[in-house]
Ligand binder design. Structure first.
Ligand code: ADP
Ligand code: MG
Length: 702
């Protein structure tokens, strides 16, 4: 392949900005912009260029109106036919025009842009680019990007335009400007991948890749640029992991744990029998904890497979053996949920272990007292958030750490804990199903157990995919469920991937729902722009059944267990990834009552239906993600990331599974030749890994 991508780029002239510089060195970045970028985690120029687009828009030649199809994003050039109208309700103002070309005409509408009435005049030519949706009155274009006068479109024609993650106050255009300034002026670091590796794996050159991923000239450049950056990220990750593993040869188990008849009785007395998978995995955990080496085990199991009880068994086992067990949850809501559940189990089963809750929001005095009980060993089980591993916490005899639904527990944290005593056993629980081959690469030193069986008595969730004409029926259905004492979730349509817009949207929707359903129903809303404490409060109220219907963005936490909730209704289901819908579905069907999932879609396209139908046929998260990718096809290949699993910056474990394997091969080859990375051809790579391992990886892997 003779692509320029593979030759080393010549140095740019005038490059006087470095990756380590603060972004304020870029022209046009003042205090205010700096603050906005900081919200996105961008402080340095290096972080800026690693603020990767979350998708791209392709600006194609306008299409004749007659050829437009539902569901696609298209560009149309036409003349405004008739008056510019405004209407809508008090929650949503709508401006409407009719656009006409030689082939036909189409209705175009904008939300909350009443000022358009003063800009647009009948008879004027306009280019609009937006999504086509089918409503009762026929095909129309909703809230398109507008090019006026029409000639302004020329500049955009045939380009791929990056779409960045944003925050309120920062527009995509601003980010693009700053990014292009930076890439213009920057003296990028030099290629650090060995030449022979780049040739073998067809990897674009460093400088080319960064420019190409932000401002690709075409799809091919984007493909090679992205591939290189994904490979690079995986490679650094894997090499770091492997080096840690080399250093940390398996630690000796210094705990003398013994069989606990009380625990065996506890299992017998449970209101349910453990599933075969749960029994098997518990056997593996017990064997580890009694074995020659300290346990480092990952438990994977789909939502609802019953991982919590395994964590509980492990904690009780440690406790009954006289050492302390800590359970770390990603949010306060989850921590409280676990604390309450565990307290109840201890009481019901008459087990004499003292359990404590420790979270960041506790008052200073409470915290001090809790620290003291942890230090003197009075507390034997400690449930909490990250507060559990802060420096002030000193354990008397920590024997086990369990982390739930998260990967943000790193080597550093483990070292912090070990420094306080002996090296504790570690158990990590995850609901994200990944095939074993990938899990082995990604989780490095962890042994893996899979809970691959759901409790038998579980009623499968009933799914349906419906169009918006069923909305009224759905509301009626939810009312019935509430009257029977159940609760419901409604996930709101995504307008944009900007939190500000989503927040507004959820609030509007909740108001609308209140008007629609009215009397007596307790409706609340939840979104990402809320303070954590308020989110917790609302989730708690929902768990306590003080709220009937919770209208939310997708922020409702993974792992939340409100078995009384039986309806999950998702508006605009077509806009979500299937893996995400699967996670959402996992929030219901957790109790004895029949649960329902309503996927609402405004789209009539066959593909959409087919995609959503996959959810009906499978409960296997990884299969679902894979099928989704196949169906969405190359057009969407550069779209939204599927999983966000493990917080990679550009790579996606699902989408880039192939590159992950390649990077793993490459890592193996390097380490075989040069285990310590001492060779001069690896000097830059080594330096890069050292920097990398101070940052991301320690946060994301064990
Ligand atoms: P997850 O794996 O998603 O964390 P949980 O551990 O929260 O799932 O379990 C979901 C629900 O299933 C809980 O209410 C739990 O009590 C129940 N459960 C767990 N194991 C079994 C079992 N073997 N039989 C019946 N119900 C079970
Ligand atoms: Mg769970």
């Amino acid at each position: 392949m003779g692509l320029p991508a593979f030759s080393s780029a010549r140095k740019r002239k005038g490059g006087n900005v470095r990756e380590t510089d603060n972004i304020s060195v870029i022209k046009g970045v003042g205090e205010k912009t700096k603050g906005l970028f900081a919200k996105l985690g961008v402080h340095t120029v290096g972080e800026l260029i690693r603020l990767f687009p979350r998708g791209y828009q392709l600006y194609e030649r306008p299409k004749p109106i007659q050829e437009l199809k539902e569901g696609e994003v298209a560009t149309v050039s036409g003349v405004i036919n008739g008056a510019v109208k405004t209407g809508g309700n008090r929650f949503r103002q709508v401006t409407t025009i009719c656009l006409k070309d030689e082939s036909g005409s189409i209705k175009v509408l904008w939300f909350r842009m009443p000022f358009l009435k003063n800009t647009l005049r009948p008879g004027e030519r306009l280019i609009v680019r937006g999504k086509l949706v089918r409503k009762r009155e026929g095909l129309l274009m909703e809230h398109p990007e507008m090019f006026f006068p029409a000639q302004t479109y020329e500049k955009k024609l045939d380009t791929l335009q990056p779409v960045y993650p944003l925050t309120a106050g920062l527009t995509n255009n601003q980010v693009m400007k700053v990014m292009s300034q930076a890439l213009e002026k920057i003296e990028l670091e030099q290629e650090f991948l060995p030449e022979d590796m780049r040739m073998k794996y067809k990897l674009a050159e460093y400088n080319y890749a960064y420019r190409g991923v932000h401002f690709p000239k075409d799809k091919e450049q984007l493909f090679y640029s992205r591939k290189r950056l994904v490979f690079e990220e995986f490679l650094l990750f894997i090499l770091t992991l492997r080096r840690i593993r080399q250093k940390n040869e398996k630690m000796k188990n210094s705990f003398m744990f013994q069989r606990q008849p009380l625990l065996e009785k506890f299992v017998e007395d449970l209101p349910f029998e453990l599933t075969g998978a749960q029994k098997r995995v518990w056997g593996e955990i017990e064997r580890d904890m009694n074995g020659a080496h300290v346990m480092a085990r990952l438990i994977q199991g789909d939502v609802g497979s019953g991982k919590t009880i395994l964590a509980v068994l492990a904690l009780f086992y440690a406790g009954l053996n006289g050492s302390q067990g800590a359970l770390m949850a990603p949010t306060e809501v989850l921590a409280k949920q676990h604390y309450e559940g565990i307290s109840e189990l201890l009481e019901v089963h008459g087990l004499n272990l003292k359990v404590e809750l420790l979270t960041g929001s506790m008052r200073a005095k409470e915290k001090r007292e809790t620290y003291e009980r942890i230090r003197n060993g009075e507390a034997s089980l400690i449930i909490g958030t990250h507060a559990l591993i802060q420096e002030k916490v000193e354990y008397k005899n920590l024997g086990l750490v369990v982390t739930d639904e998260q990967h943000r527990f790193g080597v550093k944290q483990r070292e912090t804990l070990a420094a306080k005593g002996r090296e504790p056993h570690i158990l990590v629980m995850s609901a994200t199903p990944i095939p074993r081959t990938l899990a082995i690469i990604l989780y490095g030193e962890l042994d893996i157990s899979v809970v691959d069986e759901l409790p038998k008595d579980r009623l499968p969730v009933k799914n349906c995919v419906v169009d918006t004409s069923y909305r009224k029926n759905s509301y009626r259905f939810m009312r019935q469920q509430v009257e029977e004492g159940r609760q419901c979730y409604v996930i709101c349509p995504m307008v944009e991937e900007s939190e500000a817009m989503d927040a507004e949207n959820v609030t509007d929707y909740a108001k609308m729902l209140e008007e629609e359903m009215g009397d007596g129903l307790r409706i609340a809303c939840l979104h990402g722009k809320m303070k954590q404490s308020l989110k917790d409060e609302i989730m708690e109220a929902f768990a306590k059944k003080e709220i009937d219907i919770l209208v939310s963005t997708t922020v409702i936490e993974v792992g939340i267990n409100v078995p009384n909730a039986t309806v999950m209704m998702v508006e605009n289901a077509e806009r979500f990834g299937l893996a995400q819908l699967h996670q959402l579905r996992g929030r219901v069907g957790r109790g004895a009552h029949q649960s329902y999932c309503i996927f609402m879609t405004a789209s009539k396209s066959k593909e959409t239906k087919k995609r959503l139908e996959i959810l009906n046929h499978s409960n296997d998260g990884f299969f679902i993600a894979g099928e989704d990718l196949k169906l969405r096809g190359p057009g969407d290949l550069f779209g939204i990331r599927q999983s966000g699993l493990m917080d990679f910056q550009i790579a996606d474990v699902f989408q880039d599974a192939d590159v992950l394997k390649l990077a793993n091969d490459a890592a193996g080859e390097i380490l075989e030749k040069d285990p310590e990375l001492e060779g001069s051809e690896h000097a830059m790579l080594r330096e890069k890994i050292e920097r990398y391992s101070e940052g991301i990886v320690l946060e994301t892997t064990l």
